[in-house]
Design a protein around this ligand. Structure first.
Ligand code: AHM
Ligand code: MG
Length: 335
């Protein structure tokens, strides 16, 4: 029964002591993400009513312009964090540059920056397929009391303090880690409460699902092509099953539960890969490692890459450890 499960609020309170620097700031921050997630969830659930209420760009009966969902989600997450004044800076996949957050009484005293992809999987929004929010949290490196700079956002992924995602799917889930494993919470929409439904999530070491946009096959590096052929071979436990939603959080989530590998390699069209290091790959890589999985650019650990730009892209291979090892083997052999 749901009411016997821990709520996300209870879980956050109970685990606050696990942090080295416990001022409650990180807990408040996760709480504000929880709140914004519920608001965005409500809006995403109404997306199918768009023909009735008007499409993005239209003006509704109240005379308000209808926002695109990704813009709406971006505004909600950013506004919630600004209103609660619990971060010193935010950067988003939807924004050109980072945002300095401050209020007079705080004088740049907050210590965390948030990096967010407010609504990922945007091609799925209009067709009732799940989309997600991905977030990543770092401690600032510039001195407290001064405005944040770009350097605070361009940290190696291994320095993340927390990361997580929300899936707006058949159920709405919030999955996150503060560096002590990965826990998943499912929203009971009737009462607006997240319950701990998936404690200590872990990737199986092996899996039989591969997730990649095979439409780009001819443009992939030789190592990836050979690995895909390996996945399709009739041998041992293969062929693997192909599953690709096109929403990173959802593909990752399924693979974490069932065992699998997700790949977004570089291609002629996307010579650096498509996914963003800061908003998509680093948070997912952090979660993968916290869940006993692995994340690589094909040759090296994602979390070791030193970012140089806010919107930098990177090839991404992530999932069950043995599967990612195998893909790397092929990359090495055929590069
Ligand atoms: P987006 O940030 O524009 O939504 O793109 C990110 C998404 C990922 O969620 C997904 O895995 C990938 O792009 C799908 O790309 P493609 O349609 O090229 O396969
Ligand atoms: Mg995205």
């Amino acid at each position: 029964m749901l009411h016997q499960h821990k709520t996300l609020g209870e879980f956050i309170n109970e685990n606050q002591h696990a942090f080295k620097y416990t001022t409650g700031e990180l807990s408040s921050l996760i709480n504000s993400i929880r709140l914004a997630a519920k608001v965005v969830n409500h809006e995403v659930n109404k997306a199918g009513l768009v023909d009735i209420t008007g499409a993005a760009g239209d003006v509704n009966v109240q005379g308000e312009a209808q926002q695109k969902l990704d813009v709406y989600a971006n505004d909600r997450f950013i506004q919630t964090m600004i209103n609660r004044n619990i971060v010193c800076g935010i950067t988003s996949e939807e924004e050109d540059d980072f945002i300095v957050v401050n209020s007079k009484d705080k004088n740049h005293q907050n210590k965390y920056v948030v990096l967010i992809d407010p609504l990922d999987g945007s091609s799925n929004i209009d067709v009732n397929v799940s989309v997600g929010t991905i977030f990543s949290i770092y401690r600032r490196i510039t001195p407290i009391g001064t405005p944040v700079t770009k350097e605070d956002f361009l940290q190696e992924g291994k320095h993340q303090v927390a990361a997580g995602y929300i899936i707006y799917g058949t159920s709405t889930m919030l999955v996150y880690s503060t560096g002590h494993g990965v826990n998943g919470f499912t929203l009971n929409p009737a009462i607006g409460t997240f319950y701990l439904s998936h404690p200590n999530m872990e990737f199986p070491e092996d899996g039989n699902i591969y997730s990649v946009n095979e439409g780009n096959y001819l443009e992939f590096p030789e190592g990836i092509k050979k690995y895909i052929k390996y996945c399709q071979q009739i041998e041992d436990d293969r062929p693997y099953t192909s599953r690709y939603i096109g929403s990173l959080a959802s593909d990752f989530h399924r693979n974490m539960i069932k065992g699998g590998i997700y790949m977004y390699p570089k291609s002629t069209k996307n010579p650096e890969g498509k996914l963003r290091l800061l908003y998509e790959c680093n948070p997912m890589a952090f979660l993968a490692e916290q869940a006993n999985g692995k994340a690589s650019d094909g040759y090296k650990r994602i979390l070791d890459i030193k970012p140089t730009q806010l919107h930098q892209r990177v090839p991404f291979i992530c999932g069950s450890r043995n599967m990612v090892d195998k893909a790397e083997e092929f990359m090495k052999q055929y590069s």
